[in-house]
Each structure stands twice: as C-alpha cells, then as structure tokens.
Ligand binder design. Structure first.
Ligand code: AMP
Length: 146
C-alpha cells in the first residue's frame, strides 16, 4: 500500500485507512448521558462519535465531558445522567475530514487529535482514522525503506 520509493502514500485517499463505521462504537442523538457513559466505560474508548438517525455525524462525546456535565458544587451528581441528552453536551467543533481527502490532511490533524471522524460528501459517517493506524503505516514504511 505504501511505496518505499516515493511519498505517494501521502496522497492516498483516507478511505483506505479507515476503521469502517460498522466497527465504530457510537451513540445517537437523543440517547442520554448514562447510556453514553456505559458505552464508553464498556468499550474503554476515551471518546465516541454522536450520529443522527440517518447516520450523519453530529459530534463527539468523551468521558470528561460527561463528568463535567454532572459536576455539582460538592460532588458528582450521578442521578442527573439520565436527564441529560448527548446532543446537549457533545463537542461539535470537530475537524472536518472526508473520505476523499488525502492521507496528508489526516496526518496533519492527528497531531492534535487521537482520532478523526470521517464522513462522505453528504456528511454520512464513514468511519474513523486513528493515530494507531497511521503509526502502523509509518512503521511499515520506515522498516521497508531500510
Ligand atoms: P486507538 O488508537 O485504537 O487507541 O484509539 C484511539 C481512540 O479512538 C479511542 O480512545 C477511541 O476514542 C477511538 N476509537 C478507536 N477505535 C474505536 C472504535 N472501534 N469505536 C469507537 N471509537 C474508537
């Protein structure tokens, strides 16, 4: 996939490196924060995408955001979890990256994000690009170039 003699891989479409949507844990608009916390805790992921009923990407939700939303003055108010909807607290200012974008764009954005949510041209969630996958590609490239 990665050419040793050139930097072609920098121009490879991101689609080739995706963890596909069907393998990505997610929550849906309208789910409550308790459900999201359960999914995050069970999967061990730090953050997961929030999708609408048409599988369009709407945001990202992490454990820290959930905890912050139930932080009271003196304690964490767990009883509020089932009243809070994921769409009220999710992060919406997330990088915009598409399946047709080049690997190089993903690489640049992954410096500040552990993974990127990728959509098709209609905004439908296609999957994620993770630092782990990118590092594996680099490892292959570097070792095969020796
Ligand atoms: P990794 O590079 O595999 O350690 O993943 C980094 C982050 O990407 C995780 O903490 C999750 O937030 C997200 N992630 C990776 N794989 C998945 C997946 N299959 N479903 C949902 N989120 C994932």
């Amino acid at each position: 996939m990665i050419s040793v003699n050139s930097r072609d891989f920098l121009f490879t479409p991101i689609a080739e490196f995706l963890i596909p949507a069907e393998k990505v844990a997610h929550v849906q608009i309208g789910n409550n924060a308790e459900h999201a916390l359960l999914v995050l805790t069970k999967t061990g992921y730090s953050a997961i995408p929030v999708l609408d009923a048409q599988n369009r990407l709407k945001g990202l939700l992490g454990i820290g955001t959930i905890t912050d939303s139930i932080l009271g003055l003196e304690r964490i108010e767990f009883e509020r979890l089932d009243h809070i909807k994921v769409d009220e607290i999710m992060q919406t200012d997330i990088p915009n990256i598409k399946t047709t974008d080049r690997f190089q764009k993903g690489l640049d954005l992954l410096i500040n994000h552990p993974f990127l949510c990728v959509t098709d041209e209609e905004g439908v969630f296609a999957g994620i690009l993770t630092r782990r996958v990118v590092l594996k590609q680099f490892k292959k490239y570097i070792y095969s170039a020796q």
